[in-house]
Design a protein around this ligand. Structure first.
Ligand code: NDP
Length: 458
């Protein structure tokens, strides 16, 4: 009999922790998951899933407007009811919470309800009770960061956005990353007068530069008031709502300020310092290639290790750990070609290298890059009359002809780029893209019909 209660205790029932635990149990391990809140973590409760549902809801606004160009006439102006959306979204999340629990219990995993603390290299305390385990997996995810500015406590973060009981008439979103552009698009699409304030010069700055510039133009066309190179100096209560003092001298009155200024690893109360587990300055657990921390029995995955805060990356890492500990080692997560999408309106999606990264890489080797780029009106907007443009871009290595990056801003960009990510993982060349027959008429066919090399205007 084992000297431990479990082979694996996973702390955190989010996407990564649940996947690792289920995999480990299926490989024969005796597993427990500790979770103090609803199962499913950020993605299910306050992230990907509710965000996507609300993004779909927000898109109907345009769909109703666009339908007129196709001969549809709605007798009455469509109206939107925020509480209905929130209640239906909450019911779906509750269903997913139950599914996550069932997935674990069906696999034979024990669920320990409560908040965990590491006692030693093999012991976890959950609300005063001690459990021992041969290995421990930390999968506690992340949490929003509130910037240190006067009145920040009057604002909400994405955590408080999802359960909002009433729709604000006006909202100001602070930040220029994933969450900021997604939330601004949701508010705007649902009819809230929305502004976005960002300190930098380009939205979604970690993506290819053309994407952020194009996205800002398109979001502005849809009605989002965007202020770049601007910071919030102070937030204070107004007679109705909030008054936001901006660095450009303006004072904006709004009903809701949403801070989307980044996320940090969730480590408070875990007891990592006492065990000497090495962490980065922001608290992230430092792990080696095998996702093992500085304590050999303790592993960590997902947002907590601050590599790529994306659900599919966390689930991949979870499977890597489970396989390594209880199956056949050798599985790994490939970080260089992770496709990703931002569900702003319009969507943004990418896989591979941005033009700037590819140029920097090429320069260091004395090489160059080829760029293929197209900006066009999607077919549906020829009749809808909407002035929205789609952007598609390929980054190619002229020496090997390999496609290094696929980038898009436009409808269903995530759906389209997911498929092209497979091609990049297979090492596809531009000649192979060119030899692929397009599906006509689609947006995606543009990626296999781009023939003229783009030369930036001097
Ligand atoms: P991001 O890192 O994407 O963006 C944070 C933004 O806040 C940046 O624009 C940043 O500016 C700005 N910022 C940071 N600190 C301050 C400050 N003190 N004052 C003013 N502005 C500040 O973080 P998010 O919170 O949007 O998202 C966190 C992560 O979650 C993402 O990186 C992504 O990995 C994941 N995510 C994925 C989604 C998806 O897959 N669709 C959706 C949502 C989140 P600057 O650029 O100048 O640093």
């Amino acid at each position: 009999m084992s000297q431990y209660d479990f082979d694996l205790i996973t702390i955190g029932g989010g996407s990564g922790g649940v996947r690792a635990s289920r995999f480990a149990a299926n490989l024969g391990a005796k597993v427990a998951v500790v979770e103090g809140a609803h199962m499913g973590g950020t993605c299910v409760n306050v992230g990907c899933i509710p965000k996507k549902l609300m993004s779909v809801a927000a898109h109907y606004h345009e769909d109703f407007e666009d339908a007129a160009g196709f001969g549809w006439h709605l007798k009455d102006k469509p109206t939107f009811d925020w509480p209905t959306l929130i209640a239906r979204k909450d019911a779906e999340i509750a269903r997913l919470n139950r599914i996550y629990e069932n997935v674990l219990t069906t696999a034979g995993v024990t669920i320990l309800r409560g908040w965990a603390r590491l006692v030693d290299a093999h012991t976890v305390e959950v609300d005063g009770k001690h459990y021992s385990s041969r290995t421990i997996l930390l999968a506690t995810g992340g949490q929003p960061v509130r910037p240190d500015l006067p009145g920040a406590e009057l604002a909400i973060t994405s955590d408080e956005f999802f359960p909002l009981g009433a729709q604000p008439a006006r909202a100001l979103v602070y930040g220029g990353g994933y969450i900021a552009v997604e939330m601004a698009s949701i508010f705007n699409g649902l009819g809230t007068a929305t502004s976005l304030v960002y300190r930098g010069e380009r939205l979604v700055k970690d993506f290819d530069a053309d994407l952020g510039l194009h996205l800002a133009q398109e979001m502005a066309k849809k009605g989002v008031q965007i202020a770049l190179h601007t910071v919030i100096e102070k937030i204070e209560k107004a007679a109705t709502g909030l008054r936001v003092h901006l660095s450009d001298g303006r004072v904006e009155e709004t009903d809701c300020v949403l801070l989307a200024t980044g996320r940090k690893p969730r480590v408070d109360g875990l007891g990592l310092e006492a065990l000497g587990i090495t962490q980065k300055a922001n608290g992230a657990v430092v792990v080696n290639e095998a996702l093992c921390s500085s304590l050999p029995s303790v592993y960590a995955i997902g947002d907590l290790i601050d590599r790529m805060a994306l659900t599919p990356v966390a689930t991949s890492e979870g499977m890597v750990v489970a396989e390594a500990l209880f199956g056949k080692p050798g599985r790994s997560t490939r970080y260089d070609l992770v496709p990703t999408a931002v569900f702003s309106h319009p969507n943004v999606a990418s896989v591979g290298l941005s033009e700037a990264r590819a140029r920097a890489q090429a320069r260091s080797q004395g090489g160059a890059v080829r760029i293929f780029r197209s900006t066009f009106t999607p077919l549906r907007h020829t009749l809808s009359g909407r002035a929205e443009k789609t952007l598609m871009k390929l980054v190619v290595d002229p020496t090997t002809d390999r496609v290094l990056g696929v980038h898009m801003v436009g409808p269903d960009a995530g759906e389209i780029v997911q498929g092209f990510a497979v091609a990049l993982v297979c090492g596809a060349t531009k000649a192979q893209f060119d030899a692929t027959i397009g599906i006509h008429p689609t947006l995606a066919e543009e990626f296999v019909t781009l023939r003229t090399e783009y030369v930036a205007p001097a």
